[in-house]
Ligand binder design. Structure first.
Ligand code: SF4
Ligand code: SF4
Ligand code: FES
Length: 480
């Protein structure tokens, strides 16, 4: 382990590290735009310069290997002077757009301008203009005036998603990031990660465009249920103190955007685009009224009716949701398993055109907790449901059930969160909360357990599945 000295302090670096990595790992901050821990080193932004003691020049730290006894200064007069000049150069043609830029509040350029420059532009020339809103893909807008040509987005598509969808064309102040003609960015299911890693507001999410200032929003840690990878995500929604009373109060309980939550054990710093589109999953029209044979009833009446049906039935089959949390699944098992045949249902199948599987993140099972259900109910429960001729009650929990395959004549209890025609056909329908309204854990395909937290309150007419199953415990059923 080479020992180096940063600002006179001894630091044990690891062999093969760069000065940037050794400094960051030991609490010395060096600014960077183009460097990214998961990407190759480009060394083009020049903001990361440090001074080797005894030398009268500065050099970049992101590609400077540590060597035994190296003495570097990260904050000398020369380094500060050079950083300021670099910031003035980088912002030379950058528009003063912060007031309308979605990146404002989390923009590295904004932060570094405040920290390392803070002066007005010294240029007397007009700024060079470039394409303001270029459609890079169906999902992403590019503002070339804001782009500082760090090439992170280009390297991401070359090295991580491997779509090779982006490149830089032309030279000098007419250089432009552009999509490759023969490899559209739309075909890259990981494309939106470039929005996160762009250090400035050049790459903009169309669904999030001008939707909210980020300081109005709060991230809640959650899990993408889009496949059995179970990527860790942040679900962003309005902070309570910024709730809207007029205009559109529905925004108070809406998902504003979804971003990756770095988790080395599951997804690293990335997610796929499906994980960004969780609003399309959770904000589908919701079922919020309990029903008996299609007639709205109080939730308590529906629970009682369901309990009675279970108490009276001779042969019951349970179709368990692979979108249920470990806690809900355990409540279901504790209440009902052992007495009834249980099958784990695949609530969601791949969507048309969706990538099924790849080497980066995407997994073939499009349900978040099949592994958790398998651990609780056993491998045998994963087979296709089989109904004995005398089956007289089926409890269906969650989506993905073809009701035409259920035995004719059997009564049906249905727990579901969304409006669908089958809700009204069930003998008892109980509306249940979705993931953004409760806490819980999922177990992913590799056995990693991750937790999610609630973002929004549930409607009082909607139950948590865990409470529903608690109401079905053997004692409760025996008493009913
Ligand atoms: S668009 Fe953003 S990530 Fe891509 S080169 Fe420009 S500044 Fe860098
Ligand atoms: S890889 Fe799977 S879990 Fe991860 S974001 Fe995509 S769909 Fe969601
Ligand atoms: S971070 Fe080192 S040159 Fe950009």
């Amino acid at each position: 382990m080479p020992e180096i000295f940063i600002n006179g302090q001894p630091v044990q670096a690891e062999a093969g590290q760069t000065v940037m990595q050794a400094a960051l790992a030991n609490g010395f901050y060096i600014p960077y735009f183009c460097w990214h821990p998961e990407l190759s080193i480009a060394g083009n932004c020049r903001i990361c310069t440090v001074q080797v003691e005894g030398r009268s020049w500065v050099e970049i730290s992101c590609n400077m290997p540590v060597t035994e006894g190296l003495h570097v200064l990260t904050d000398s007069d020369l380094v500060r002077e050079h950083r300021k000049a670099t910031m003035q150069f980088i912002t030379l043609n950058h528009p003063v757009d912060c007031g309308i830029c979605d990146k404002a509040g989390e923009c590295t350029l904004q932060d570094y301008h405040f920290a390392y420059n803070g002066s007005a532009s010294v240029s007397r020339e007009p700024k060079v203009h470039a394409t303001k809103f270029h459609d890079l893909s169906e999902r992403i807008l590019l503002d070339n005036e804001r782009c500082i040509l760090c090439s992170r987005c280009v390297r991401f598509t070359r090295e991580i998603s491997k779509s090779n969808a982006l490149g830089i064309k032309n030279r000098g102040d007419v250089s432009l990031v552009r999509a490759a003609d023969d490899s559209p960015l739309d075909a890259d299911p990981y494309s939106d990660n470039v929005i996160d890693i762009c250090p400035v507001g050049a790459l903009l999410s169309k669904p999030f465009l001008h939707k909210a200032r980020v300081w109005y929003l709060k991230p809640t840690p959650s899990i993408c249920p889009g496949c059995e990878r179970g990527c860790s995500v942040n679900i962003w929604h309005r902070k309570a103190e910024w709730h809207l009373r007029a205009l559109d109060p529905a925004q108070n309980t809406s998902i504003a955007r979804v971003t990756p939550l770095e988790n080395p054990a599951v997804n690293g710093p990335w997610i796929c685009n499906k994980g960004r589109d969780l609003a399309q999953v959770f904000e589908r029209p919701r079922a919020d009224r309990a029903m008996q044979k299609g007639k709205p009833v109080e939730l308590a009446s529906a629970l009682l009716a369901a309990r009675n049906l279970i108490g009276e039935a001779k042969r019951v089959v349970i179709l368990v949701s692979s979108w249920g949390s470990n806690e809900e699944l355990a409540a279901c098992r504790d209440a009902l398993n052992g007495r009834f045949a249980t099958f784990i249902k695949r609530d969601h199948a791949p969507l048309p055109g969706e990538r099924i599987e790849d080497d980066l993140l995407i997994r073939p099972d499009k349900n978040p907790n099949t592994a958790g259900a398998r651990a609780l109910f056993g491998e045998a429960s994963l087979r296709e449901p089989a109904f004995e001729p005398d089956t007289d009650l089926v409890l269906v929990w969650g989506e993905g059930c073809n009701f035409a395959t259920l035995p004719a004549g059997a009564k049906i209890i249905f727990l579901n969160s969304y409006l669908q025609p089958e809700n009204g056909h069930a003998d008892v329908f109980i509306p249940v909360s979705v993931q953004t309204e409760r806490a819980g854990t999922y177990t992913n395909f590799a056995g990693v357990v991750s937790a999610f937290e609630p973002c929004f309150p549930k409607q009082p007419t909607v139950a948590n599945a865990q409470d529903v199953f608690a109401a079905f415990t053997q004692d409760a059923v025996a008493r009913s």
